[in-house]
Design a protein around this ligand. Structure first.
Ligand code: GLV
Ligand code: MN
Ligand code: MN
Length: 424
């Protein structure tokens, strides 16, 4: 039997997917309106169980790996050929929004259900993924699950990462019911033929241009540093200013240098942020003896990103010397940018055109699991607009119309790639 592409336009059940996105947001660690869902917490476990039940209900075959990456497969007629993957993450940084990542996971599930309901029969299997800990909140590193899955993580350095309670990734995974076997998470290079991720843009371009579909062509290169200053604590009233080795003031100088490294970069695309600034012991009448900073630096050009990182690191040593404090610099990650694959980019463009939706080619300044999936297989991303370009804040919002459009384009792209004869 000749397998056929679905008829146009696809009929997406927008009420279902939008209701599910809201339902998932109820599983949270903090208090509304901000969503916080940190990996391997009770909220994360509840969200996973809820998603698994939805996938089983849709006839998908589910499994989880040692770090908790979740897979739900719609088995194709040629089950032994490389599958087409789609998906994203459900963890959410502190005080975040409802749509980051979840649109790609629940939109991916909706795309599969849309194809099922259209009567489409996949040749290659189509597999939904929910990656573990795309967000760096707990262990300081982003894309933990996809990094391991693509074989781009050094297991030794992942094992050295500890959360705020000194717990390792393996132990936290074990406590959530996964076996913590990081060595076996990596997939073979012919496991997937293609991977496509649907995501909100997290920036203002699509909304400003009134374009419903962004076709991602590349993903900017992220790096993260963890820098600890260790000085001398003491009584805020009795230690005179001339004898101080205050860890916080050294850190404060560095935080300003981070901002300068972004602002004064020769590249307009360099961004540099101190997102964590944690003095110890944190008492008003005590000189801070320690201060921890976590710093995020990105650029579409790896060279410019590295130049900014080098400037920050060398300033950290300089300020430590000037102030007589110790400094410990740890590079958590320093990743190259990703280029999206032409075959996926073209499939997304053709699918949008079949759905009568206008497209714009874009570079993703945010990172995504696709950054690592691109090292494993042909990868691309579909962006939809979000209100005022806001993300990582409770105000994050995407309209049902844009979500439905993104799901329709994703579904059609998955169908086309499932029928594709390209070798993995
Ligand atoms: C992803 O959440 C990012 O920080 O880009
Ligand atoms: Mn995010
Ligand atoms: Mn995301």
């Amino acid at each position: 039997m000749k397998l056929k592409r679905p008829a146009t336009p696809l009929s997406v059940n927008g009420d279902r997917v939008c209701a599910e996105i809201q339902e998932l947001s109820q599983f949270m660690d903090g208090e509304p309106p901000g969503v916080t869902r940190v990996v391997f917490t009770e909220a994360d476990r509840q969200a996973r169980a809820w998603l698994r039940a939805k996938c089983v209900n849709s006839g998908l075959v589910t499994r989880e790996d040692g770090v908790g990456n979740f897979f739900a497969r719609w088995v194709g007629s040629e089950a032994n050929t490389a599958a087409v993957g789609t998906g994203s993450h459900c963890d959410a940084i502190p005080n975040s929004g409802v749509y980051d990542g979840t649109v790609g996971v629940l939109g991916g599930l909706e795309a599969i259900r849309t194809l099922q309901e259209s009567g489409f029969k996949p040749r290659r299997s189509i597999e939904l993924l929910m990656f573990t800990s795309e967000e760096p909140t707990r262990f300081g590193i982003g894309c933990l699950g996809s990094r391991l899955l693509s074989g781009r993580a050094d297991i030794g350095s992942i094992d050295r990462l500890l959360d705020g309670e000194e717990m390792s990734v393996r132990e936290a995974a074990r406590q959530s019911g996964f076996n913590g076997d990081l060595e076996n998470v990596c997939l073979s290079s012919n496991y997937y033929s293609h991977f496509v991720e649907l995501h909100i843009e997290q920036g203002p371009v699509l909304e400003c241009e009134s374009i419903p579909i962004g076709v991602v062509t590349a993903i900017a290169a992220p790096a993260a540093l963890r820098i600890m200053f260790k000085g001398e604590g003491g009584h805020a009233g009795t230690v005179l200013m001339s004898g101080r080795h205050d860890a916080l003031t050294a850190a404060a100088e560095l935080a300003l240098e981070v901002e300068r490294a972004g602002r004064e970069s020769e590249s307009a695309d360099t961004v540099a942020t101190t997102g964590v600034f944690r003095p110890f012991p944190g008492a008003v009448n005590s000189i801070p003896s320690q201060c921890l900073l976590e710093i995020d630096v990105r650029d579409t050009s790896e060279k410019s990103r590295n130049r900014a990182v080098d400037r920050i690191v060398s300033f950290a040593h300089q300020v430590a010397g000037e102030r007589g404090v110790d400094v410990l610099v740890e590079t958590i990650n320093s990743d190259p940018p990703a280029v999206c694959d032409t075959s996926v980019v073209e499939a997304v463009q053709a699918s949008a055109s079949a759905e009568s939706l206008a497209t714009l080619d874009l570079v993703s300044r945010a990172y995504h699991d696709s950054l690592f999936m691109a090292t494993l297989t042909r990868t691309g991303m579909i962006f939809i607009p979000c209100r005022n370009g806001i993300s990582h804040r409770p105000e994050e919002y995407a309209t049902p119309e844009h979500i439905c459009g993104g799901v329709a384009v994703l579904a059609r792209t998955l169908a086309a790639l499932s029928l594709s004869e390209e070798e993995a």
